[in-house]
Write a protein that binds this ligand. Structure first.
Ligand code: NI
Length: 139
């Protein structure tokens, strides 16, 4: 892994600067360049949906998305999604869909990485803007 990342240095712009869908993109390489938590990177656009990777730690803003479901896949670590109905605990490889309009508060006691599928115009904090609201960023 370390060697693979090292070999990618220097071509970061070509590999990460645009989401063209025309070249393979390695999500581990994208995540290795991410230093902020709760700041998703769009790695692919599928019709009007984004595939996004994000590094998370700590407590996120409680919010809902009135217009859309939101898909989560845990790539590493453990994510707890606090819902009004109870906590959903997701480990490496687990998937979950938060239904549209349901309040959810993601929480990670230690660093975790996630893959998300959501509409390209979806904002990470949904209907509850906060300091953690992040602009759409392409990998
Ligand atoms: Ni959400």
């Amino acid at each position: 892994m370390a060697r693979e990342i090292a070999s990618r240095e220097g071509d970061g712009c070509r590999q990460h600067g645009l989401v063209t869908n025309s070249e393979p993109l390695n999500i581990h390489g994208v995540l290795a360049d991410v230093t902020e938590h709760w700041s998703p990177r769009t790695i692919a656009v599928i019709n009007d949906y984004d595939a996004r990777v994000v590094k998370v730690e700590g407590e996120f803003t409680r919010h809902s998305h009135p217009e859309t479901d939101e898909f989560f896949l845990v790539l590493s670590g453990r994510l707890t999604i606090r819902m009004d109905e109870g906590d959903v605990v997701l480990d490496d490889g687990d998937t979950y869909v938060v239904p549209r309009g349901r309040f959810h508060q993601p929480y990670a006691a230690s660093e975790a990485t996630l893959l998300l599928f959501e509409p390209s115009d979806a904002v990470n904090t949904g209907d509850t803007p906060s300091d953690l609201t992040a602009p759409r960023r392409l990998a």
